[in-house]
Every structure is written in C-alpha cells, then in structure tokens.
Design a protein around this ligand. Structure first.
Ligand code: ADP
Ligand code: MG
Length: 346
C-alpha cells in the first residue's frame, strides 16, 4: 500500500502518532525521554521534571447527559496525575485548557472548576495556567500535568526484564461496567423520559467510572517497601493493552493468569447480568487508572501478601509471545482491544 493512501483509521491511534512524529529527533540535552511513555522526562539536574498531557472531548470521552460536571473536572485532573505517578514521580502543577461554546451555562463551568479545584487539593497540585477558547462543537478539556522525581527513581515502560513479576494495583473492569450501566439507563430514559434510572446498589462501578482516583498511595507504598519497579505504566486503555505496551516496548513476552486478574465482586456480577465475560471486561474495559508494574523476582516476598498489589504473571522472552493461562489451564494468546478512539469499533 502506498503511503499516500494511508488513512487515519488504518493507522490507528499509535500508528498515527508515530507516523506524524517520526521526523522529530530530540535535539536538546535536557530531553531525557520524549514520546513513548506515560510522561516525558526533561531537565539537567538530579531532580527531573516529568510532563504529561491528556485531552477529554465531549461525545468521545464523556457524555454530559449523565456525567456531572464536577466529577468531570475531577476526573480530568486524575487521568493526568495518574500518568505522572506511572513514572514513579510526584505531580506538582497542572495547566488547564478549555474550549467551550459561549452558550454553555456559566454555572456548569463553575462546577467543572469545582471538581478541578477539589482534585488539586486531593493530589496537592497547583493550577498554574491554561488557555480558554470558544468552541463550535462541544466541550474539550486539555490538561497538562507537571511533576518531579529523582533520576534513579524514574520508572519507564520499556525496562522490564525477562523473568520479572508482573504486578498490578486495584481491580479491573469496574469503570467499564459503570459506563455500561449509565449507557443502558440513558437508552431507557430516551425511550421513556419519565422512567427513573435504576442505578441503586451499583455505587462501586459508578464511582469507578465517574470519580476514579489516581494511585498516589501505591507510589507511597512502593517507597515504603523500598522497591523501584523495573517498569511501570498506568492502566487507562485496558489492562491487556498496557500489558502489551510493557512487553512490546521492553522487547519481551509475558504470561498472565486469568484467575489472578483482580475483579471486584460487584463488577463480576454486573458483567454477568449484562451477559458479558468479566475477564474480557477486566482486560479490555479501560479507564481503571490503576498501575501496572514489573519487579524483580527477588522482591517476591514484598508483594506476595501485600494488599496493595496482585501478582498476575511474569515476563518471558519475546519469542514466547504475550499469553494468558485461562481457567482450564490452557494457554491462549492475549488480545489487546483497548479503547482505541480512532478505531471503527470505538
Ligand atoms: P497515555 O495513554 O499514557 O496518556 P498516549 O497513549 O496518549 O499515552 O500517548 C503515547 C505517547 O505519544 C505519549 O508519549 C504522548 O505524549 C505521545 N503523543 C500522543 N499524541 C501525540 C501527538 N499528537 N503528538 C506528539 N506526541 C503525541
Ligand atoms: Mg498512561
């Protein structure tokens, strides 16, 4: 296929990024790590600055018919500081840029900023700037998070070693099930606007979707047990997709165990109610904002009964591929079908 005929759709999100940026070579001595990780790493001294940007677009990342603006503001900060924690760094400042129609109610924007303010308190970051523009179609929020870490403690995605343990925080699939629930009730409401949404008893998954937290506590825990992971990534696009990022970028394979993937009971039961496979929801759902890391096997004792973590597998050599041992003990290749917003299925 000739290059001119390539479409954005065919390239996919990551193909598009590398296609557009392949000509860019770092020129500055201060650019330690540029494109390709959760955050860029820059600076000259021992203490490095880490920088990450994420954008939330109405109709793509959020639906204002059921997402409270305050939660949206909070989540917009969370998704950014999560990328800073994924470098084992501490977020310190954010900038916030918005594009919004002048017809948008002022009170709604105030609520958005209340959520942003709350998150700035919780994550101890300062709002130091941004940009404001009018928009012709919907609300867009773009946040840049800036953090700091000492050079030897910064953790990248591409430095896992063969034989390392693959470990994750939290549990998976909850945010996805929360979204399924909200979407279902939206459809019910469209058909019968007087119907009351049936959301009772689903607080956990709704909270996972609407008000996620970034795992600042995990970074603290790692410092307490004196472990610097060999690699780390935050789980925004789905556990499977992030496992692939670590394996591929570290030039390794990996083996995970289906029965070790942590899934909350509420998530599990709701997935079953929706006739969905809970494992598929956990692997491909996305928006969990947990941390996925690898550590040397010599650190096994620090993780084996640690309530903050689940050991879900180990890294292998590249030719072995990325595989999952399923519940009947057979081995199947893992598929990454993360939230690719450029994808037709998204
Ligand atoms: P994450 O999921 O951790 O937020 P992304 O998947 O969004 O990371 O991005 C992967 C890498 O590509 C990051 O290093 C990001 O900074 C970079 N990137 C994304 N979009 C662009 C772009 N339009 N131009 C340059 N770099 C980009
Ligand atoms: Mg990330």
């Amino acid at each position: 296929m000739s290059e001119e005929k390539l479409s954005i759709e065919e390239l996919g999100e990551f193909g598009l990024i590398s296609h557009l940026t392949e000509k860019f070579k770092d020129k500055r001595e201060e650019t330690i790590r540029s494109i390709g990780d959760d955050a860029a790493v820059i600076g000259k001294g021992k203490i490095k600055t880490v920088v990450s940007t994420d954008m939330l677009v109405e109709g793509v990342h959020f639906d204002l018919s059921y997402v409270p603006l305050k939660h949206l503001g909070y989540k917009a900060v969370v998704v950014n500081v999560s990328d800073i924690y994924a470098m084992n760094a501490e977020p310190k400042q954010i900038t916030v840029s918005i594009a919004v129609s002048s017809k948008f109610p002022l009170e709604a924007l105030e609520e958005l900023y209340e959520g942003i303010h709350r998150a700035c308190e919780v994550y101890n970051v300062d709002l130091i700037g941004g940009d404001t523009s009018t928009s012709l179609s919907g609300l867009t929020i773009s946040i840049t998070a800036i953090g700091e870490a000492e050079e030897p403690k910064i953790v990248y995605r591409n430095t896992a070693q063969d034989g390392d343990l693959l470990i994750c925080s939290g549990d998976y699939g909850g945010a996805y099930m929360g979204l399924q629930l909200l979407e279902r009730e939206k459809q019910v409401f469209k058909a019968a606007p007087t119907a009351q949404p049936k959301l009772d008893g689903n607080d956990y998954v709704l909270e996972r979707q609407l008000k996620p937290e970034a795992r600042k506590d995990i970074i603290k825990q790692l410092a307490e047990i004196e472990v610097v992971p060999t690699s780390m990534i935050d789980v925004s696009d789905g556990l499977a997709s992030e496992i692939f990022h670590i394996a591929t970028q570290s030039d390794l394979g990996c083996q995970i165990y289906e029965d070790k993937i942590p899934i909350d009971e509420a998530t599990y039961n709701l997935a079953r109610d929706f006739n969905l496979d809970p494992t598929v929801c956990a692997l491909n759902g996305g928006e969990d904002y947990e941390l996925l890391l690898t550590v040397s096997q010599t650190d096994f004792d620090k993780f084996k009964n640690n309530p903050f973590f689940s050991i879900i597998g180990h890294m292998t050599d590249k030719p072995s591929g990325v595989n999952m041992v399923i519940k009947d003990r057979s081995v199947v290749p893992l598929k990454a079908q993360g939230w690719n917003h450029m994808n037709k299925e998204a």
